[in-house]
Design a protein around this ligand. Structure first.
Ligand code: AN7
Length: 374
């Protein structure tokens, strides 16, 4: 048989950069290899003098970036012979955990905050057969319980406190460097539990052959020092929703609130790693309001045809503001992660908008409606 060119997912793709060997049973749904889309109309219509790209990680198998980390975490759980995994989640982690557990023949237990995850994400967890435990509490309560229960029951934690999650997620940064042929000048990213910004920093650092304290597996001694893919690392900019912005307050937020439910998190687990990423890169954290992020979600969808979920839009939302103010310098290459797909949460996307006209089923009415708009 001819050699197959089938893409087999990021663990195979980056096997030499991930903690796997020939005996590791790789669990994959062909995650990764997501598009890096250059925005044309949005920067033009806002008069932004930068090259702006979005890494659309909503184009993963369960429609969020979580698949990258989950592929690696479930692969390592399978290697250990685990039968069950557990996570707390604002929705996307639970969807990914449910799907990868199904693929691995494991049971997924997911703890979600009651009434605070969108139907798309809940449907995924149910569809893939996870045991869905809705708790009377928020994500941070769930996270605490997951850590406690994992020491008393035979389950592997697959939240990003599991270092294999970050190893899987670093591959997004590697893909960006490969696609651009260099590192971007700035990388903008939504921050909730703060795993992803930490993972990108590991990836960008590895790509540039630099040490970073954030790389928890190589303990600050990068094995790729002699083999860099690019010369520089980007400035890392982390954006949070204003009602759930512990990095701006410099302390946990007890009652986080935002319409961007994915990042409704007050006590980020990767606090130190995310801080280090921002400090080492001369970057910063900032916050955007719900109104601003929903407006940006709509701009992306209507101007450039990219439909991301509300939490994802905070990266582009913050970037727009910082480009306008000159904090992000004119002429820069700016990449923004869009962490999840808009179809995850359709209710929030269309709330309060005049989106449908009802007309009679005759030619006059259809023609009249069209002529009104052109
Ligand atoms: C769309 O699913 O924490 O800063 O439990 O779903 O790495 O936490 C989701 C997080 C951004 C924040 N965008 O990433 C969960 C969960 C979307 C997300 C984030 C999340 P981290």
């Amino acid at each position: 048989m001819a050699k197959s060119n089938l893409y087999k997912g990021l663990v195979e793709r980056y096997r030499d950069r991930l903690p796997v060997d020939g005996n590791t049973p790789v669990i994959s749904l062909c995650e990764g290899d997501t598009p890096l889309i250059e925005l044309h109309n949005l920067p033009k219509s806002l008069g932004l003098d930068v090259q702006m790209y979005v890494k659309f990680d909503g184009m993963n198998p369960t429609s969020s970036f979580k698949d990258r980390g989950m592929a690696m975490a479930v692969t390592k759980a399978a290697e250990k012979g685990a039968k069950a995994i557990v996570c707390a989640s604002t929705g996307n982690t639970s969807a990914a955990a449910a799907a990868y557990a199904a693929r691995a023949g494991m049971t997924a237990f997911v703890l979600i905050p009651e009434g605070k995850i969108p139907m798309g994400k809940l449907a995924q967890a149910i569809a893939h057969g996870a045991v869905v435990l809705q708790i009377r509490g928020n994500f941070d309560d769930g996270m605490r319980l997951v850590k406690e229960v994992a020491s008393e029951a035979p389950v592997e934690i697959v939240n990003s406190v599991n270092p294999y999650r970050l190893q899987g997620q670093k591959t997004a940064a590697l893909e960006i460097v490969e696609a651009l042929g260099q590192a971007p000048d700035y990388h903008c990213i939504p921050v909730g539990n703060a795993g992803n910004i930490s993972a990108y920093w590991i990836g960008f650092s590895e790509a540039a052959g630099c040490n970073t304290a954030s790389c928890t597996l190589c303990n600050g001694k990068c094995p790729y020092l002699d083999n860099p893919m690019t010369e520089s690392r980007p400035v890392m900019v982390g954006y949070q929703a204003a009602g759930a912005a512990p990095f701006l307050r410099n302390e946990p937020v007890e009652h986080p609130e935002t319409l961007a439910t994915a990042i409704r998190i007050g006590n980020p687990q990767s606090w130190d790693l995310a801080k280090a990423a921002v400090e080492e890169s001369d970057g910063w954290f900032d916050e955007v309001t719900d109104e601003e992020l929903l407006h940006t979600q709509s701009l992306l969808a209507t101007l450039d045809g990219v439909f991301c979920e509300p939490a994802s839009a905070v990266s582009v939302c913050g970037a727009i503001r910082d480009i306008k103010s000159g904090k992000i310098k004119a002429g820069s290459v700016v990449t923004c992660t869009l962490t999840g797909h808009g179809l995850k949460d359709t209710a929030t996307a269309i709330a309060g908008r005049e989106h449908v006209e009802t007309i009679n089923a005759d030619l006059t009415s259809v023609k009249g409606a069209i002529l009104k708009h052109v």
